[in-house]
Design a protein around this ligand. Structure first.
Ligand SMILES: [Zn+2]
Length: 63
């Protein structure tokens, strides 16, 4: 499970906790209801929990 925070390109509203992996990048904005597709890899992971997991995983692979 991986969720993303994506800012709507139409109205700039921040949509939190989107499962873009399941929707192939498609999302419906919670504010303006516009359905847009975010290019894979373009959205930035800003969720601290995911970042911490990645860091701990890197440490294990390095050690
Ligand atoms: Zn919007």
């Amino acid at each position: 499970m991986s969720s993303q925070n994506v800012r709507c390109p139409i109205c700039g509203c921040l949509n939190k906790g989107l499962a873009l992996d399941e929707t192939l990048g498609w999302m419906e904005c919670i504010n303006c209801k516009t359905v847009v597709q975010v290019q894979p890899g373009k959205y930035v992971k800003r969720v601290p929990v995911i970042s911490m997991k990645e860091v701990s995983g890197l440490n294990k692979s390095l050690g």
